[in-house]
Design a protein around this ligand. Structure first.
Ligand code: FAD
Length: 297
C-alpha cells in the first residue's frame, strides 16, 4: 500500500480546493488529475463557485463528480452578494444534493442579479446566518485574509468583521494564500487576541513561476517577498525553485503547529503531492485509506 502522509497531529485538516473545469481540454485534464488528487491524504475537498446564478451549476457538477469517485467530505463554495434568500436556499439545496457536507460561505466579488422585490445579500456573514438557520446540518467555513481584505479600511476592522462571521456560526477560517509566514503568524495572533477561537487554516498556493505568482498577487493584492522574486528570477529551474519555496513554507507552518493546510491546487496533483511528501513527510504516519476512489475510470 502506498504510504500516506498526514501531519502527526490528528487535529490537522488537509484540504484541497479545485475549480470546475470549463473547456473540453480542462475537463479532460481534470478527469486525469482528480483521481490522483483523491489518492492524497486530504480530509476535505472544496469546489469554487462563480457568483451570478440561481443554481450552483459547475460547482454542483464537480461536487457530484467527486462523490462518484470517493467518499471524501466535500465543501461547496457559495458566493452570496446580490443574491436573494430564495436563490441562496435553492443553491444550498443544490449543494446538499451534490453531497457537500460543508459550505464555504463567501461574499464573492461579482454580484448576482437580485429578483425584483427581494432583498440582496451583501456580506458573507449573512450567508453564514442563513446556513446556520436553515441548514444546520452543514459545517461552515469562512474566508480570512492574513494580509487584510483589499477593500477593508484597516486590519483591526477586517478582523472584527471576521469575528462576526465566526460568531454567526462559522466552524473554521480558511485563509487567502500568502508567501511570507510571518504575515500568517501575525494574523493568527490578531485573531486570537480578539477572541476568534476556531481553527484558522493557512491557504497554500504552490508556486509555479514568477509570472504565475505576479499575476495572482496582482489579482488579490498579496505581497510577493523580494527574496522569493529573486529566487525565482535568478534560478535556471524556476519550477523547482518555486516548489522548494512552497516546501519550506509548508514545513515551517507545520512545525509552528497550524491546525490545517488548505491547498489551492489549481486542479493539478503533482505539485501538492511533492509538497506533502517533502514538507509533511517527516511527521507522517501510515493511516488506513479513508477516501478510496470507488469508481475511478
Ligand atoms: P466578507 O467577509 O463579506 O468581507 C468582504 C469585505 O467587506 C471585507 O473587506 C470586510 O472587511 C468587509 N465587511 C464584512 N462585513 C461587513 C459589514 N457588515 N459591513 C461593512 N463591511 C464589511 N471568490 C469567488 O468568487 N469564488 C470562490 O469560490 C472563492 N473562494 C474563495 C476561497 C477562499 C479560501 C478565499 C480566501 C477567498 C475566496 N474567494 C472566492 C474570494 C472572495 O469571494 C473575495 O475575496 C471577496 O472579495 C470577499 O469575500 P468574503 O467572503 O471574504 O467577504
Amino acid at each position: 500500500m502506498e504510504k500516506r502522509f498526514i501531519p502527526a497531529s490528528t487535529e490537522v485538516m488537509l484540504s484541497c480546493e479545485v475549480y470546475p473545469p470549463k473547456s473540453p481540454a480542462a475537463r479532460a485534464s481534470f478527469e486525469t488529475e482528480l483521481p490522483k488528487l483523491l489518492e492524497l491524504p486530504f480530509q476535505l475537498m472544496t469546489v469554487t463557485h462563480g457568483a451570478g446564478g440561481s443554481e450552483l451549476g459547475g460547482t454542483a457538477t464537480t461536487l457530484t463528480r467527486i462523490r462518484g469517485l470517493s467518499d471524501i467530505p466535500t465543501a461547496a463554495h457559495l458566493c452570496c452578494r446580490g443574491a436573494s434568500e430564495g436563490m441562496l436556499v435553492s443553491q444550498l439545496q443544490d449543494a446538499e444534493r451534490a453531497g457537500a457536507g460543508w459550505i464555504l460561505a463567501l461574499r464573492g466579488d461579482g454580484r448576482s442579479p437580485t429578483p425584483a422585490g427581494e432583498l440582496p445579500f451583501e456580506y458573507a456573514v449573512e450567508l453564514v446566518e442563513l446556513t446556520r438557520r436553515r441548514f444546520p446540518q452543514f459545517k461552515v467555513a469562512v474566508a480570512g485574509y492574513p494580509e487584510t481584505h483589499p477593500e477593508a479600511t484597516d486590519a483591526p476592522t477586517d478582523v472584527a468583521f471576521l469575528k462576526r462571521k465566526v460568531e454567526a456560526g462559522a466552524d473554521v477560517v480558511v485563509c487567502q494564500f500568502f508567501f511570507d509566514n510571518q504575515i500568517f503568524f501575525d494574523f493568527h495572533d490578531r485573531c486570537r487576541r480578539v477572541g476568534i477561537e476556531v481553527p484558522i487554516i493557512p491557504g497554500i498556493l504552490p508556486v509555479k513561476s514568477l509570472e504565475h505568482v505576479e499575476r495572482l498577487c496582482g489579482q488579490c493584492g498579496a505581497y510577493l517577498p523580494g527574496q522569493l522574486r529573486e529566487r525565482l528570477s535568478s534560478s535556471t529551474d524556476p519550477v523547482q525553485a518555486g516548489l522548494a519555496h512552497t516546501i519550506e513554507q509548508v514545513a515551517e507552518l507545520v512545525e509552528w503547529g497550524v491546525s490545517g493546510l488548505h491547498f489551492y491546487c489549481l486542479n493539478q496533483s503533482q505539485p501538492v503531492k511533492t509538497i506533502l511528501k517533502a514538507a509533511v513527510g517527516a511527521r507522517a504516519k501510515e493511516v488506513p485509506t479513508h477516501n478510496p476512489p470507488i469508481n475511478a475510470p
